[in-house]
Write a protein that binds this ligand. Sequence first.
Ligand code: TRP
Length: 482
Amino acid sequence: MVRKRTSMHGQWSSRWAFILAATGSAVGLGNIWKFPYIAGENGGGAFVLVYLICIAIIGIPIMMAEIMIGRRGRQSPVNTMYNLGIESGSTSHWKWLGWLGVVAGFLILSYYSVIAGWALNYVLETASGTFTAMNAEAVSSTFGSFVGNPMALLFWHTLFMMLTMFVVARGVSGGLEKAVRFLMPGLFIILLIMVGYALNTDEFSRGLSFLFEPNFDNLLYKHQPGGEFILNTSGEKIFTLEYVLIAMGHAFFTLSLGMGAIMIYGSYLPNRVSIAKTSFIIAGADTLVALLAGMAIFPIVFANNLDPGKGPGLIFETLPLAFGHMPGGVFFGTLFFVLLVFAAWSSSISLIEPAVAWLVENKGVQRVRASVIMGFACWLVGLLTVFSFNIWEKVYPLNFWKFKNKTFFDVLDYLTANIMLPLGGLAIAVFSVWIMSRGSSADELEMPENASAYNLWYYMTRYATPIAVLVVFGNLVGLIDF
Ligand code: TRP
């Protein structure tokens, strides 16, 4: 049996510190910004159901695998995969899985920071009372002219990236722990308040049924975002697993899985902490936040006759409406966007941590400098997203296959969330049960090898998870053409 390693980058002070940090990574723009808008684009209920199933059968097993691998290796994902690959009698080429993650995290952060910048701007706008008593049209056009202004987006993107690199430079197990302790519960409470507000709109039940009543036609047939079916030449609906893939990709995205973020957080996890229990807590909290966000937003959407398939602007065009009309709206609105920024902040640091840790480990670069280098590079790539909403609104860089009519932002989002993360996750699952020995994984999961909990994880990760990912994925690459 291998001697337990320790991480050169430090360790979480306790099990709760890890849970908070990992939940901080998981809960972010994905839950509050992305989940509602993609659920809206893809018809609600059935999409949400598939997303929930993916969390349960793909997300939780892979989260356990990632934490387990991370703690076993105790290094950046690149080096962890390298070492464990050799240690398991396989090859050092598993390090490429680490690299895939580094690239994915890097690309995600590049656009994540731009959207977080929107939230920063909305802190200011809400605080200064811009939305007070505004109607839906004015709220929409405020959003439109904001994202239409490249300089404004650039400014907030730059600021957010600096905030992120500031924390990363100081080491993630330091200051972050303390901040997340207050912010997570705060975010939760304000979401409850928003749901309370939505409860009083006339359309609360319509919002709920949109979210929770599955209509599979809306999910399984090609449609315009949020609307009409696209028909083939003989006037029939066209079957596709594309939206199922989006739901699955989002399960990875929202749980921060498939690129080594949770793996590296696991590498800072003290020994003897139960990985299964913590995974359930993290996934549960993350899912709850997303559902609450949906329950807050859709009633407002329907009460104001807005289009649920509006796309990435959805929360920025709906929530300010509520804040503009509710008592204490300036206060609650400002607080909401502040908390959203913090949620994004605690997520973004986990996206770049694998890259920074690798630079520190392999190139002997000091942490501060490593953060500056990575942050700057990521900021540069972020310009692609900055311009996707204005001067390059009609620029479609890879105009083929799944990337047709997609802006840089759309391409980055599709490529990372729907392709790289599921691929990475699949490889992590395969590694943890087909390459690592049962002895090592059981030891690291702190479960006896004959325990039913262990075997449940083992067989899910060995069969159910890869098959689910492959079927959905196979449709994408056209191997399985329904
Ligand atoms: N999970 C975060 C969110 O929902 C985003 C995020 C952070 C992420 N780290 C990640 C996504 C790693 C994928 C992989 O906002």
